[in-house]
Design a binder for this molecule. Structure first.
Ligand code: NAD
Length: 281
C-alpha cells in the first residue's frame, strides 16, 4: 500500500486563515519580538520565514538582530525592556545561541505571559500539570494537530517518540499522554529500537539523523511524523526514509513542508493567545 502524505502546508494555511480572520477586527495588532544573536544562516532563514508569516496574518514582527559577541547582560537587558513593553505580546529568542550564552539561563528571563515558545520553566511545568493556560511549545503543538487531522480520537493507541529533547520529544510525549495514548520515549541509549518502533501506531521521530528510520522500524498502517531537518549533500532530508514510510505506513509527513510550516502556524497561534491573555486576562 502507499501511505497518504499529510498535507501539512494546507493544514498550516487553514490555521493561518482562521487567525487572520480573528486578528483583523482587533483594535491593535498583536506584536511578536524575535531576538536573534549572531548570524547562523539557518536561523536567519527561520527568522525571515517567521517575519513573513506574521505579516501574512496581521501580526507585527519586530526583529532584534544582535551581534554574536552580545553579552548575557546585554541580552537580559533587551528581554527586560521587551517584557515591560505593553506593545509587545510575544517574545522569542531564536535558538541556538552562540556558545557563550546558555539558553537554560536566558529563556527563563522571558516573561511567562509572553513566552510564545513555551520554554519558560513555569510553562513547561504547567504542561505537565495539564494546565490549559500554558503556552504549548510550537513544534509539539503542531505535531498533535497533524496527528489529530488523521484521527481525532487517539485513545488507547501506542505511541513511540524517538528523541527526548525539551523542545520536541518530551512535550510531545506529555501531549500524547493527555490524548490517552500509551507512550514510550526512546533515545540514543534505547535497546533494540526497530522492534520497539514496530509496536507504534504513532511514531514521532525527532532525532536529527538523516533517514535513521527505515522500513524495519515502521508498523504497517501506522502514522509516522518526521520532525527531523537534516541538511545533506543530497538536499534536505528528514529522520525517516520517506520511500520506506510510503510503502509501509498509512500516513507520513513530508520533509520539507511537513512539521516546519505547522510549527510556524503554531507560533502565530501562540502569539495571538498571548495577546488575548494580556488584553482579556
Ligand atoms: P536534540 O539534539 O535536542 O535531541 C535529539 C534526541 O535524539 C536526543 O534525545 C537523543 O537521545 C536522540 N537520539 C540521538 N541519536 C539517536 C539514535 N541513534 N537513536 C535514537 N535516539 C537518538 O534535537 P531536537 O531539538 O529535538 O531536534 C530533533 C530534530 O528535529 C532535528 O533534526 C531538528 O532540526 C528537528 N526540528 C524540527 C523542527 C521543525 O519545526 N520541523 C523543530 C524542532 C526541531
Amino acid at each position: 500500500m502507499t501511505a497518504q502524505i499529510i498535507d501539512c502546508k494546507k493544514l498550516a494555511q487553514s490555521v493561518k486563515e482562521e487567525l487572520k480572520a480573528k486578528i483583523a477586527p482587533l483594535s491593535a495588532a498583536p506584536a511578536l519580538a524575535v531576538i536573534i544573536v549572531g548570524c547562523d544562516p539557518a536561523s536567519e532563514i527561520y527568522v525571515r520565514n517567521k517575519e513573513k508569516a506574521c505579516l501574512a496574518v496581521g501580526i507585527i514582527p519586530q526583529t532584534h538582530k544582535l551581534p554574536a559577541e552580545t553579552s548575557k547582560e546585554e541580552l537580559a537587558a533587551l528581554i527586560e525592556r521587551l517584557n515591560n513593553n505593553p506593545d509587545i505580546n510575544g517574545i522569542l529568542v531564536q535558538l541556538p545561541l552562540p556558545a557563550h550564552l546558555n539558553a537554560a539561563e536566558i529563556l527563563p528571563l522571558i516573561s511567562p505571559v509572553k513566552d510564545v515558545d513555551g520554554f519558560h520553566p513555569l510553562n513547561a511545568g504547567a504542561l505537565l500539570q495539564k494546565n490549559a493556560k500554558t503556552f504549548i511549545p510550537c513544534t509539539p503543538k503542531g505535531i498533535i494537530k497533524l496527528i489529530k487531522s488523521t484521527k481525532p480520537d487517539l485513545t488507547g493507541l501506542n505511541a513511540v517518540i524517538i528523541g527526548r529533547s525539551q523542545i520536541v520529544g518530551l512535550p510531545v510525549a506529555n501531549l500524547l499522554l493527555n490524548e490517552n495514548c500509551t507512550v514510550t520515549v526512546a533515545h540514543s541509549k534505547t535497546q533494540n529500537l526497530p522492534a520497539l518502533c514496530r509496536t507504534a501506531d504513532i511514531l514521532v521521530v525527532a532525532v536529527g539523523k538523516p533517514e535513521l528510520v527505515t522500513k524495519e522500524y515502521i508498523k504497517p498502517d501506522s502514522l509516522v511524523i518526521d520532525v527531523g531537518i537534516n541538511r545533506t549533500a543530497n538536499g534536505l532530508k528528514g529522520d525517516v526514509k520517506f520511500t520506506d514510510a510510503l510503502e509501509t505506513a498509512a500516513y507520513i509527513t513530508p520533509v520539507p513542508n511537513g512539521v516546519g510550516p505547522m510549527t510556524i502556524a503554531m507560533l502565530l497561534d501562540n502569539t495571538f493567545e498571548a495577546y488575548l491573555k494580556q488584553h482579556r486576562p
